[in-house]
Design a protein around this ligand. Structure first.
Ligand code: FES
Length: 106
């Protein structure tokens, strides 16, 4: 039996940018859970209808949580682990599926 002082270290806190907001998260947490815990429910807008969308399945299936992360479009927030100082943005328009986005503003 392990003694009580041999418990695992608690996770460290990290922070990342979501638009203009600074979001605090736990190391190992996903972007989607960090955003939801911070009260952010809307991660983007549907390109065709213009309706809001946000994390739904949280297992990488529905693609409702697509965001831009460090300039890369079409990233699923629910399966992406937070990193210190990463930059996350709402995805508000249709993006190519190639990963690189030639239309990205500089
Ligand atoms: S919430 Fe469904 S894929 Fe991310």
């Amino acid at each position: 039996m392990r003694p009580p002082h041999d418990l695992p270290e608690p996770p460290h806190q990290v922070s990342f940018r979501f638009g203009d907001e600074e979001i605090e998260a736990w190391e190992g947490e996903t972007v989607a859970t960090a955003l939801l815990a911070s009260g952010v429910m809307i991660t983007g807008v549907r390109a065709m209808s213009g309706r809001s969308r946000g994390p739904y399945c949280l297992i990488g299936v529905c693609h409702e949580c697509l965001v831009e992360i460090d300039g890369l479009a079409n990233q699923r927030a629910c399966i992406t682990t937070v990193r210190q100082n990463m930059k996350v943005c709402r995805q508000t328009r249709l993006r190519p599926l190639t990963g690189e986005d030639e239309t990205r503003e500089q």
